[in-house]
Design a protein around this ligand. Structure first.
Ligand SMILES: [Zn+2]
Length: 280
């Protein structure tokens, strides 16, 4: 018993001495300068050094909720968003509205996400305004517009008043990008994409993963950048396009049952390298 108490006490001291909390990370307003930017740790417990800010507006995209100061990422992520914006603009698919990337040095956020910690995750709204042309949204619009759900929860189908083939094209373009590891969408959206699959679709459909919520935005996760040896990748995706029994499960009572919430596993402590980045 005494041994256990001692162990608990040491563990507590260790964690509270070394362990930063989300507020510490949210307070930082600048990234660290780094000649080789580094994503460190895991998507749910990590940080980024040498992050860059995504400009608030660019060809084919505009960043929402600027007040949250979560528009920083590894340069690979910023480049991905800029390229996707250009493609969307070229194909006249509408303006991408960009939600959260990460904080200036990544790390945990006090609200909203468990991941987005290594500067490799971004949320992109399904709402694709076509009428914006070159008009920039005001700061107030960026704070007050809300992301619209594209799923009819009663029928478990996409809601065709909100969903269009432009959404489908943007998901395909995103998933085909070589730096993209996976994309999280609501199961009904995955099902809609599966309904239209063609030979060869597995190449990108495999990366589109069903997940809870994600009915008003999709979440793009990039791969660990090649030279970032301290970046921990996720387990590889299962084989195949994912349009199978695994997808059917998401529509079962078990997946939807509010009486059986999925217990979040506590993330491992932030890597010590990140504690140094926090204090730089
Ligand atoms: Zn997200």
């Amino acid at each position: 018993m005494i041994k256990f108490l001692l162990f608990s006490l040491c563990w507590f001291i260790n964690v509270s001495l070394a362990g930063s909390n989300a507020q510490d990370w949210a307070k930082l307003t600048t990234p660290t300068l780094e000649s080789v930017p580094q994503s460190i740790g895991t998507y749910t417990s990590g940080c980024v050094s040498g992050a860059v800010a995504l400009p608030a507006s660019g060809k084919g995209y505009q960043v929402m909720r600027l007040s949250r100061n979560r528009y920083y990422g590894h340069p690979n992520l910023v480049l991905f968003i800029q390229q996707l914006g250009q493609m969307s603009d070229q194909d006249k698919l509408g303006t991408l509205l960009i939600g959260d990337l990460g904080q200036p040095r990544g790390g945990p956020t006090p609200s909203g996400h468990r991941s987005h910690q290594t500067g490799l995750d971004v949320d992109i709204w399904f709402l694709l305004p076509k009428q914006l042309d070159n008009r920039l949204l005001t700061d107030n619009e960026r704070e007050t517009w809300s992301a619209t759900s594209v799923v009819d929860m009663k029928s478990d189908r996409v809601d065709f008043r909100q969903w269009s083939s432009a959404n489908e094209k943007i998901l395909e373009m995103s998933a085909r990008h070589p730096n993209v590891d996976r994309i999280f969408v609501n199961p009904s959206i995955k099902q809609e994409l599966c309904n239209h699959k063609k030979p060869g679709s597995a190449l990108w459909l495999q990366k589109i993963r069903p997940w809870w919520k994600h009915d008003d935005h999709f979440h793009v996760r990039l791969k660990c950048p090649t030279s970032n040896i301290n970046c921990n990748p996720q387990a590889a995706l299962p084989e195949g396009d994912g349009c199978d029994a695994g997808l059917d499960w998401w529509f079962t009572k078990e997946a939807k049952s509010p009486t059986k919430p999925i217990k979040p596993v506590p993330p491992p402590p932030i890597p010590s390298m990140c504690e140094q980045i926090l204090r730089k």
